[in-house]
Design a protein around this ligand. Structure first.
Ligand SMILES: C[S@@+](CC[C@H](N)C(=O)[O-])C[C@H]1O[C@@H](n2cnc3c(N)ncnc32)[C@H](O)[C@@H]1O
Ligand SMILES: [Zn+2]
Length: 447
């Protein structure tokens, strides 16, 4: 059945009876931009850029990598290619004739193994998978070239929010618990799993960006195969940790797996309430600041405003997560009285971890008789106080890109920052924040 062609960016294609979601264009934009930056970094001297689009569907990604990202060759694959009137062959026809593409209808996992056996690996492997992303998160590493990229997907945001512990345990080898920042937890579980699966294969991988796509509730992670040897055990211990959250004030803190039994003693707040413990997950920065900055410049050059804005947010997040401050050049307050935190003293150990919802911040401030300042003023105030803070891309509603209410800052230490904000705003009361706003027993004193 021939339906009118769909156009996305520079490519036109048929979808036939397949599902096409226009709102997912941003996911494909990010893939194209990452490959464009990767190709530019390699320069024109080296061998041609080869892509494996392991789960092609209509082939829109294959077309875009070929036409918009300097890919010389794409291997497009879909298990269902030979069923019904599949549009993939028709969509790629000119490229098949020009020998810039090949088509297969195999299980993607077999292709990863074939690439491993033949040694013909790819610069980019794109796995648009479902569920936890397994087994692709693990086995696709066999098909990635040294220095190459792996674009992963997981769609089970309920499991990563703790609704299906067995599924999370099988897919991520981790405990998932509900936390307000559960969508960032999902990204960190996927990055952590990918890093660990690479390490299990004697490979060292790192995240370039991690994106939660709200319209499809999916996690999109771009990894790079950094080295053909396993990461040092000290790095594994530093990057893969558990995360605890105080049930009373919402404070998060890192718990190394070697100190699991001491989770309570490592807490950064003074409360004694229960703490939920999730992980292990990736606790370092989820984006590579330089790489997303290059992607943002490329997006701006192409006039892709949505991607440029998103990548700008990611750049600020990366900076806050590295603990190097944002914009103001002020570092985190570690060593200046706020506390030394849990970790190894590495740069990323003290950066912002999971974000705090503005709603929670608002409630705590309201309890202290204060109103939430506009987001930009709030972040500026925190930077001025020596905190790392940035908006989180995870909570930004796709259909309201300019609404500040939809955005959430990373705020490092709730108790301290509420005290800090109270002082900055000239409050009469300084109150320790309480999650349970019905309780009047909060520790409140006159300033
Ligand atoms: C989400 S769709 C792909 C959408 C496409 N990448 C895009 O951006 O529009 C996933 C595709 O993967 C295919 N698929 C599912 N499991 C597979 C497997 N193990 N190996 C290869 N293809 C698979 C399905 O037939 C389906 O077409
Ligand atoms: Zn607490």
């Amino acid at each position: 059945m021939l339906l009118p062609a769909i156009t996305e960016r520079s490519v036109s294609f048929q979808v036939g009876e397949l599902f096409y979601r226009p709102a997912s264009r941003i996911i494909r934009d990010l893939g194209v931009l990452a490959l464009a930056v990767y190709s530019a970094q390699r320069g024109s001297e080296s061998e041609s850029v080869r892509v494996l689009d392991a789960m092609s569907g209509s082939g829109v990604r294959s077309l875009r990598y070929l036409e918009e990202a300097r890919a010389e060759f794409v291997h497009a694959n879909d298990l269902m290619l030979n069923y019904g009137d599949h549009p993939l062959r028709r969509n790629l026809e000119p490229h098949l004739k020009a020998k810039r593409a090949v088509l297969t209808a195999q299980n993607a996992v077999d292709l990863y193994m074939e690439a491993h056996l033949s040694g013909e690996r790819y610069d980019l492997v794109d796995c648009d998978a479902f569920g936890t992303g397994q087994p692709h998160t693990a086995d696709a590493w066999w098909a990635v070239k040294h220095g190459g990229l792996l674009y992963l997907c997981a769609t089970d945001s309920l499991a990563t929010a703790g609704a299906n512990p067995a599924k999370a345990y099988v897919g991520y080898g981790a405990v998932a618990k509900y936390m307000p920042a559960c969508n960032e937890v999902g990204l960190r579980l996927l990055v952590g799993t990918s890093f660990r699966e690479a390490a299990a294969r004697g490979l060292h991988a790192q995240p370039l960006f991690a994106f939660f796509h709200r319209p499809s509730s999916s996690f999109r992670v771009m990894m790079r195969l950094r080295e053909l040897k396993a990461p040092k055990s000290t790095l594994v211990e530093r990057r893969l940790q558990h995360v605890a959250r105080c049930a009373e004030c919402g404070e998060h803190w890192r718990v190394p797996s070697t100190r699991l039994g001491e989770a309570h003693t490592l807490r950064r707040c003074e409360h004694t309430a229960d703490a939920s413990l999730a992980g292990p997950m990736w606790v370092g920065p989820i984006h590579d600041g330089e790489f997303v900055s290059d992607m943002a410049a490329e997006a701006a050059r192409r006039g892709w405003a949505e991607a440029a804005e998103l990548l700008g947010l990611m750049e600020a997040e990366a900076s806050a997560q590295e603990g190097s401050g944002v914009g103001s050049g002020v570092g985190s307050r570690v060593g200046s009285g706020v506390g030394s935190g849990v970790g190894s003293g590495e740069g990323d150990a003290h950066g912002a971890l999971l974000f705090y919802h503005l709603g929670e911040v608002q409630r705590s401030l309201a309890f202290a008789g204060l109103r939430l300042p506009p987001i930009d003023a709030l972040i500026k105030m925190l930077h001025g106080g020596g905190y790392t803070a940035a908006r989180s891309h995870t909570e930004k509603k796709a259909n309201e890109p300019l609404s500040p209410i939809c955005r959430t800052p990373f705020l490092p230490y709730p108790t301290d920052f509420i005290l800090f904000l109270s002082l900055s705003l000239g409050a009469h009361h300084i109150c320790k924040p309480r999650r349970n706003q019905h309780s009047r027993s909060s520790d409140c004193r006159r300033s």
